[in-house]
Design a binder for this molecule. Structure first.
Ligand code: ADP
Ligand code: MG
Length: 252
């Protein structure tokens, strides 16, 4: 088995405008300008960033795409989530007028989506609002929450795709959904969490459909525990010059 500290950082051949940045070794190095985040990390009692966080945070805070490959339990959630909160807060328009979510996290299961949403709520960062959207949950309530306004949507691909398609047909008709319903065109930070599991579960068609509606100049993060060909294909098509951070070794 590979050591957790066995870390490899790379980019694709022909990648454009990639900036390799120094990893951070403390929370302060990454989040000095964001005391609320530092306070919460201190309160939770974490000592230092995990390798994927240490390498991933500078990449994401600089606006670059990231592929983070590391085994389960290595801290991938906070690796993409804290930069997501900062990304949302950095949007120039006052949140109230922004008209739509800025961050979309796609996750393979309802449990994972809910877990990620609990993290968002724990940080309770600057009033950023989130909603969790998953199959089996109350559809109308999920739509209502989004219509009231959220900055972050955490969703399983099947249900999200359902609601986006429904929102699209509403907007095409004469009736307008209040607040634009499930319009993901305002998303500028997209996370494909546990991409390998999502593809194993057969979500590839839904993922591809949802991605058609998200602006191409977004920032994209992908996490995975493995790096099989179908995951690589999605990365090649939907990410732009991502930096790869691999913790441990890959069985290719
Ligand atoms: P992954 O997504 O890689 O499977 P998670 O993000 O779910 O892993 O994190 C696994 C556990 O590690 C969680 O309980 C999380 O709270 C904890 N954790 C995250 N970051 C740190 C850290 N820097 N130090 C200690 N524990 C951490
Ligand atoms: Mg995870």
């Amino acid at each position: 088995r590979a050591e957790m500290n066995d870390v490899h950082v790379s980019c694709d051949e022909g990648a454009k405008n990639v900036r390799f940045l120094n990893p951070v070794s403390t929370f302060d190095q990454a989040f000095a300008p964001y005391p609320e985040i530092l306070d919460e990390l201190k309160r939770v009692g974490f000592e230092k960033p995990t390798p994927i966080q240490s390498q991933g945070w500078p990449v994401l805070l600089s606006g670059q795409d990231l592929i983070g490959i590391a085994q389960t339990g290595s801290g991938k959630t906070l690796a993409f989530l804290l930069p997501a909160l900062i990304h949302t807060d950095r949007q120039p328009v006052p949140r109230e007028d922004r008209g739509g979510p800025n961050v979309l996290v796609l996750a393979p299961t309802r449990e994972l989506a809910l877990q990620t949403e609990r993290e968002v709520q724990r940080y309770n960062y600057k009033g950023i609002r989130s909603v969790c959207v998953y199959g089996g949950g109350d559809r109308r309530q999920q739509v209502k929450a989004v219509c009231k306004g959220v900055e972050i949507i955490i969703a399983t691909p099947g249900r999200l795709n359902d609601l986006v398609q429904a929102g699209t047909s509403l907007r095409r008709g004469t009736r307008r959904a209040s607040g634009g319903s499930f319009d993901v065109s305002s998303v500028t930070y997209l996370v494909l969490d546990e991409a390998d599991r999502m593809l194993d579960m057969g979500f590839e068609p839904e993922i591809r459909k949802v991605l058609l509606d998200i602006r191409p100049d977004r920032q994209t993060v992908m996490t995975s525990a493995t790096w099989p060909i179908d995951v690589r294909r999605i990365a090649d098509k939907y990410m732009s010059s991502p930096i790869h951070v691999v913790v441990g070794t890959l069985d290719l």
